[in-house]
Design a protein around this ligand. Structure first.
Ligand code: MG
Ligand code: ZN
Length: 374
């Protein structure tokens, strides 16, 4: 009798659990169905702080007396940055992993480890009717912008990389490096070819203001743009806002990569003030981008780094005074994971720890694109 009763209770508990899991199951399914349908991003703005590790970000937070715009992004993960042939990646391999979803060897640009060119997220966006753009504080032919538009066996083939800008119908690019386009060993003036393709060419920051629609090639400096503190000023936020204004005119949406290029250069120099200046400049740009995305509602922002630079450690500091005391373990890049921050439709997919190649996969998923098998 006692035994029977126990059995009956057991049976009841089992059927209750069964019913409960069934209900939870239905609920989960309907939730994922909803999110699957609603969480596609019309626009993606990928922001890369080159060499920006956790210490660089916290140096910025400290210097800004306790807060940065980047803190408004709540979905956070980490990316593993090693390249196909090295524990310590360079910006070519790390950027390529993000751009094409394949690890490659150090210095590779838009090619896999076997030097086979692979379609980049920017090229997929073009193919799917979206507008695309690149805004950087280095030369346009430098590794990070190059990996999204060029396919070259080496990052140092600057003039070949410049030529690759004419192969993809990118709508807007703004940075330095005019010399790689019009003072070339082959004497070809690529600015003429760009004009023939319908680009409006702008050679100084003030000139951006007059461009209100159409394609834009902003080659604002003959070589690399100067440091923020040595004359570049608000070039990055101003150029980024202009790029968004132009790209957002495409009703199919857009892909834009914005790079805080010189955080890395400051890290190589182990120069704390330079790091902080570049970090704050990048964060002001983040503020502008967030302003747009909040209003828009269909824009996924991803902020990450390609790798850490300098092995930066914060040995002391004072938040009230905005003081940072840093030490460095390296004049080069290090192997540590780098943070990934996301905001907007699909941002929760960026939580966790994953390979840098997964950033490509997650962006493809957010756009609803599938990979072309060749
Ligand atoms: Mg870079
Ligand atoms: Zn570097």
């Amino acid at each position: 009798m006692v035994r029977n009763c126990k059995n009956r209770t057991k049976k009841m508990i089992f059927s209750f659990i069964f019913l409960l899991s069934f209900l939870i199951g239905i609920n989960c399914n309907s939730q994922s169905d909803n999110s699957g349908g609603n969480k596609k991003a019309k626009n993606i703005i990928l922001m890369i702080g080159d060499g920006m590790g956790v210490s660089h970000i916290y140096a910025g937070i400290t210097a800004n007396k306790g807060h940065l715009n980047i803190e408004n992004l709540k979905d956070i993960g980490f990316s593993k940055t090693h390249s196909a042939d090295n524990y310590i990646t360079d910006s070519g391999a790390a950027g390529t992993a993000i751009a094409i979803g394949h690890k490659t060897y150090n210095a590779g640009i838009g090619v896999d480890a076997d030097t086979i060119p692979r379609e980049t997220i920017l090229e997929y966006a073009e193919e799917n009717g979206k507008a695309t753009g690149l805004v950087v504080t280095c030369t346009m032919t430098h590794a990070t912008p190059a990996v999204f538009i060029a396919h070259q066996p080496s990052r140092y083939l600057y003039e070949d990389i410049a030529k690759d800008f004419l192969k993809t119908d990118i709508e807007v690019f703004i940075g330095g490096g005019l010399n790689n386009f019009n003072k070339r060993k082959d004497d070809v003036d690529l600015t003429i070819a760009l004009k023939d393709k319908g680009y409006q060419l702008v050679y100084e920051l003030d000139g951006l203001e007059k461009i209100n629609s159409g394609k834009l090639a902003g080659l604002l400096y003959e070589d690399a743009p100067p440091k923020y503190s040595e004359g570049r000023g608000d070039m990055l936020p101003v150029a980024s806002v202009k790029a968004i204004e132009l790209l957002n005119q495409d009703e199919d949406g857009f892909f834009l990569m914005i790079e805080g290029s010189q955080i890395d250069w400051a890290g190589h120099a182990n120069d704390t003030k330079y790091i902080v200046d570049e970090m704050l400049d990048f964060d002001r740009t983040i503020g502008k981008v967030l302003e747009f995305a909040e209003k828009d509602g269909n824009t996924l922002i991803i902020i990450t780094a390609d790798h850490e630079t300098g092995g930066m450690g914060l040995n002391n500091g004072d938040i009230e005074k905005g003081e940072v005391i840093a030490k460095y373990t390296s004049g080069n890049h290090t192997g540590v994971m780098v943070p990934v921050f996301a905001y907007g439709p699909g941002s929760e997919n960026f939580r966790g720890i994953y390979e840098n190649t997964d950033i490509f996969n997650k962006m493809m998923e957010a756009f609803g694109f599938s990979i072309n098998e060749n």
